[in-house]
Write a protein that binds this ligand. Structure first.
Ligand code: LLP
Length: 423
């Protein structure tokens, strides 16, 4: 539930601020985030995992790397999961201590590796034998020791959208679990490499705890196997992937009730399962959630440009496009859409589409919504994760502004791009 974004009377508020006021003042399309929602979700995770002392939450920057959001997250004691030198740079600038930063990614450039080594970040997560060799060479060249985790691919089905499933043996990620023992043996022999941990990330938007349980079981056996070879591990990172509920983010008598509401992982159960499977003396647990921390905090405000009827469809054309928010175009992802001001009306089936020259440029297809007309303002909900971070300038559209609500007031945390920015 998106507790901090809700209706007061018939008007949508983000914390204490009316969404309509923000759209009027800053224009649309506009990303707005609730700082309190981010803190609330992060605290919920921290509390659930406090049953495993020493657990570290490494926020996955790819979900949303706005520096002001990062500052808030780092101030609450989270570390950072990064996948490029650029993300390490932003994380360092946003207050994450180097030792709390990890670098993952299946295709790191030498520049990424050198950046990570020179900034002495906590750990480099290695995904192949060839990469391990390169990390060792770069560490020797720079006179550094690389703290390395091996990303293993446990061949677990995360039961999520195929585009965001990463833990199956046919996926490009990680080292096949049957081969990873050899890689570990190699790692401990290599120059300037300190093997510190094991990593796995099986996918994203996972809504049941069983795939994590399966992955934890495989990792357990793997770590026990390593111990027999005399290889001791002191951190196990289970990756990100905890899902959120996109349907019925907001409920109201004047809104349709959305069907097929997603199940949610019970965090206490998840923590208990991980504790049972992966408690080894001297070995800490890390998690890399992105979506769970920020998704619910964000809403994309957009204005209806036109209502257009074709033979058998009604299109609501809005001023946000797939370039601003790609999730529907990429994964047919479902996001609740709500009017910023509710009025009593019949619901009807419409397609909510953007202005971009692509048929996939839509936010909802055949969705039951209250009546909408030119000029109305609507909110696309639960866009705090993988919204702005995958926005582009496609069709030469400047990216929207981002607003953060904190301590009861709104401020711009990223300016809207201008036409000049396009050249
Ligand atoms: N760690 C690693 C190694 C990852 O690859 C990811 C996400 C995460 C952590 C964070 O996962 P999360 O907790 O946010 O699920 N663009 C897609 C999601 C792609 C996720 C990629 N990796 C979407 O909009 O659904």
């Amino acid at each position: 539930m998106t507790e901090k974004i809700k209706y007061v009377g018939n008007q949508l508020f983000i914390e204490e601020v009316p969404a309509e006021e923000l759209a009027g003042q800053y224009g649309t399309p506009l990303y707005v985030y609730s700082g309190n929602q981010i803190s609330k979700n992060l605290k919920q995770l921290q509390k659930a995992f406090s049953v495993i002392p020493g657990t570290r939450i490494l926020y996955a920057l790819k979900a949303n790397s706005n520096p002001e959001l990062l500052r808030l997250i780092s101030s609450m004691g989270a570390g950072a999961d990064t996948v490029s030198a650029g993300e390490i740079f932003v994380a360092l600038k946003s207050g994450f201590p180097p030792s709390t930063i990890s670098l993952a990614g299946v295709g790191k450039t030498d520049r990424d590796i050198d950046f990570a080594l020179s900034r002495e970040i906590g750990v480099i997560i290695v995904e192949s034998n060839e990469e391990l060799k390169v990390v060792s060479e770069r560490a020797v060249a720079l006179g550094k020791t690389a703290r390395v985790s091996l990303r293993i691919n446990p061949d677990v089905d995360a039961h999520t959208h195929p585009h965001i499933s990463t833990g199956l043996k046919e996926n490009k990620f990680g080292i096949n679990i049957d081969r990873a023992g050899e890689t570990a043996k190699r790692a401990v022999q290599m120059k300037n490499i300190e093997l510190v941990g094991i990593h796995s990330h099986i996918g994203s938007q996972i809504t049941e705890h069983s795939p994590f349980e399966e992955a934890a079981e495989s990792i357990r056996n793997f770590v026990l196997g390593l111990a027999k070879e005399g290889i001791k591990i002191n951190q196990i990172d289970l990756g990100g992937g905890i899902g959120v509920r996109y349907r019925n983010a907001i409920k109201h008598d004047l809104l349709p009730l959305e069907k097929k509401e997603e199940p949610l992982i019970d965090l206490n159960t998840l923590a208990r399962v991980i504790k049972e499977k992966l408690s080894f003396p001297g070995c800490d647990i890390a998690l890399e959630p992105g979506r769970f921390i920020v998704a619910e905090s964000g809403v994309l405000l957009t204005r209806v440009l036109f209502k257009k009827k074709s033979a058998d469809r009604t299109f609501i054309v809005v001023d946000a496009g797939m370039n601003d928010m790609m999730r529907h175009a990429l994964y047919s992802a479902y996001h609740q859409i709500v009017p910023l001001r509710l009025e009593k009306s019949e619901f009807s089936l419409v397609d909510v589409v953007g202005p971009v020259c692509e048929t996939t440029d839509a936010f909802a297809v055949q969705r039951e919504l209250p009546a909408l007309k030119r000029g109305d303002l609507i909110g696309i909900m639960t866009v705090g994760a993988y919204g702005y971070s995958i926005a582009s300038n496609y069709n030469s559209r400047p990216k929207p502004a981002e607003i953060l609500i904190e301590k009861g007031s709104a401020r711009v945390v990223r300016e809207r791009e201008t036409y000049e920015d396009l050249i």
